[in-house]
Design a binder for this molecule. Structure first.
Ligand code: FNR
Length: 384
């Protein structure tokens, strides 16, 4: 067993253990992947100020966000198909997140259902909503999230149409998968993954199958899902969703200052600066480069979170320094999941927490709640 010390180790292990079709689904970005790459490159360019002799013995990573006490200002980002990266993936990741004292966000297009997560973790989690053409189904999802004890609804706004990832098309990743001889051969070389998949009955979209009239098999599920993402989504929809839900509302996928103002006007509790991990508009700026301008425009009115490109505790600290109130982890947790299931997600969170703590300390600080741009080297970070 190799010694795992960083998220990159988990990524490499996941690459060995997860069939290429699903690994590439996690690891890819849209079209030229320029936005996907910029997300990480722009974090690297930001430099931290090393400070010394500042008594850093008592340190704290805890934070209260949106009225919720969190062990760290982090949450797990919603990721579709996590239950294909590892058998029962969403249940395992939700357990690891809950044990680490942070919220798990379940995707609309998860393999495990809302009810299964509620039963497995018996603690609050967040639910991510995609707006479907079938508004009756959207309403029923909102009601099910309430009944499952979710304490925030994360409404994703940046996927009215799906960005194209070349690898997914070439690998035949579709519903149901179109297995090529080469992808079949590749799957046969992943015995651990096969064993897991044979041990569970959860292989399709748990929130959808059996909950939509006329969607009872894979073919019907495929037809329904492809037609359902709603390109007509507008700010008016957000109002009725907000009213129907009645709880904490987080708007995900904001990358533009004007949209951030609309998000604040909508009365939502938080927004997430995100380009969907570089999976939607290739050519869009990195999330971190847009953060300062969005915080300046609306930070007084709404909690601003960020995702896209976070691979280390240093990235988290840089985001907080630039005004993010919290950060979501997408691929960083999926690499852990693919590598070692629940233990892998726990490991990913442990690595990030340790890196945050050490980075905070070596910058001469002791509390993540009191960070600002003064811990960054002037000239190295984006300005509003
Ligand atoms: C996602 N993301 C996503 N977002 C969402 O709102 N609903 C979803 O179902 C999914 N599905 C999904 C699958 C996979 C494999 C990935 C990698 C991402 C986007 C996700 O929530 C988050 O915005 C990004 O993952 C953040 O970027 P990093 O952390 O992966 O770089």
């Amino acid at each position: 067993m190799p010694i795992i010390t960083c998220i990159e180790d988990l990524r490499a292990m996941a690459q060995r253990r997860v069939p290429r079709m699903f690994y590439d689904y996690v690891d890819g970005g849209s079209w030229t992947e320029s936005t996907y790459q910029a997300n990480q490159a722009d974090f690297s360019a930001i430099k931290l100020r090393q400070r010394v002799a500042r008594n850093i013995e008592q340190r704290s990573l805890g934070a209260r966000r949106m009225g919720i006490d969190m062990a760290m200002p982090l949450a797990i980002a919603p990721t579709g198909l996590a239950g294909m990266i590892h058998a029962d993936g969403e249940i395992l990741a939700a357990r690891a997140a809950t044990a680490a004292g942070i919220r798990y966000t379940l995707s609309t297009v998860s393999i495990c259902s809302l009810e299964e997560i509620a039963q497995a973790i018996a603690a609050p989690f967040w639910f991510q909503l995609y707006v479907m053409r079938d508004r009756g189904f959207v309403a029923s999802l909102i009601d099910r999230a309430k009944a499952a004890g979710c304490d925030a609804l994360v409404l994703t706004l940046d996927l009215q149409l799906s960005g194209q990832r070349h690898k997914d098309l070439k690998n035949g990743l579709s519903i149901p998968p179109r297995l090529t001889p080469s992808s079949l051969l590749n799957i046969l070389g992943k015995p651990r993954w096969i064993k897991g998949m044979l041990s569970t009955r959860r292989h399709h979209f748990g929130n959808i199958m059996g909950h939509v009239k006329g969607v009872d098999d894979m073919r019907q599920l495929a037809d329904w899902t492809y037609q359902q993402f709603d390109p007509r989504l507008s700010w008016d929809d957000i109002q009725w969703i907000k009213e129907r839900w009645g709880g904490r509302l987080i708007l995900k996928g904001i990358l533009d200052v004007e949209d951030a103002r609309l998000a604040a006007d909508s009365g939502a509790d938080a927004l997430i600066v995100s380009n969907h991990g570089g999976r939607q508009l290739d050519g869009a700026p990195s999330s971190i480069s847009m953060l300062p301008a969005i915080v300046e425009a609306v930070g007084e009115r709404i909690e601003v979170w960020l995702d896209s490109g976070i691979r280390s505790g240093q990235d988290v600290i840089k985001s907080l320094a630039l005004g993010a109130q919290g950060v979501m982890l997408g691929r960083a947790h999926l690499y852990g999941l693919g590598a070692m299931g629940e233990a892998g997600v726990a490991k990913a969170l442990e690595i990030i927490a340790r890196e945050m703590d050490l980075t905070l300390a070596l910058c001469g600080h002791t509390d993540v709640q009191h960070l600002d741009h003064h811990i960054l080297l002037p000239g190295s970070y984006p300005l509003p």
